[in-house]
Design a protein around this ligand. Structure first.
Ligand code: SF4
Length: 222
């Protein structure tokens, strides 16, 4: 359908990860991703056999966002939302001008970010442990640096050399790097977090909770 975009889900919850963890937010989850991480907890947002997405116009997306009037933080996620930057621009255009929103992007870092209207950009480059072919992390516009945080899913300490190499190559301050445990259930979070906290302490990285998994485990729309 012309001018319609595939949206996996739009829902109101709290941000579960990253620097804004805990903030009530509307999530706009696009359908489609250019990677296929084996641990992906949102395969329903890109798996070609999944048909649970909706095709919506940008105005319809805005109408759904406005069903949650208390939520002023909008999180564009996926899948890979950077594949849909033209649609995101249109969504912003249709947001009511008499209300202020903060805008947050969650991306795997493989696609250049074209706009500077973001308040928070969460880049989560996928390590070898995700099982993809190696891909280039985009050099980011220096204007976006102060809004950018780097999140890594860590299985164990064997992932650290890869993170340090990237940190050096892209000159990312350690304080901008967040590590989160590879986990799909509350049990796995509890088991894997202590070792990730120790790694954070050693390198000056920030530990990143995954509140939605801790509270709801592997559930949709949370
Ligand atoms: S980049 Fe994100 S959405 Fe895409 S497959 Fe990996 S974890 Fe899933």
């Amino acid at each position: 359908m012309k001018d319609k975009i595939k949206i996996s889900e739009i829902f109101y919850s709290i941000q579960g990860e990253g620097i804004n963890a805990g903030i009530p937010s509307v999530f706009i989850r696009f359908f489609g991703c250019n990677l296929q991480c084996h641990f992906c907890d949102t395969k329903y947002a890109w798996n070609p056999t999944d048909t649970t997405y909706q095709e919506l116009s940008t105005k319809e997306v805005v109408n759904k966002i406005m069903q949650f009037p208390l939520a002023k933080n909008l999180i564009f996620t996926g899948g890979e939302p950077a594949l849909f930057q033209t649609a995101i621009r249109k969504i912003f255009k249709h947001l009511p001008k008499n209300q202020s929103f903060t805008l947050e992007l969650e991306t795997n870092g493989s696609i250049e970010i074209e706009d500077d209207f973001w308040d928070t950009i969460n880049i989560s480059p996928k390590l070898k442990n995700a099982g993809n072919l190696p891909y280039k992390i985009h050099a980011f516009d220096p204007n976006l640096t102060s809004k950018t945080w780097w999140k890594f899913v860590v299985e164990d300490k064997s992932d650290i050399p890869e993170i340090l190499a990237l940190q050096k190559k892209l000159t990312i301050p350690c304080s901008r790097i967040l590590l989160m445990p590879l986990a799909k259930t509350k049990k796995e979070i509890e088991k894997n977090s202590p070792q990730i906290i120790e790694i954070c302490k050693k390198f000056g990285f920030r530990f990143c909770p995954r509140l939605h998994i801790f509270v709801y485990s592997d559930k949709k729309a949370v």
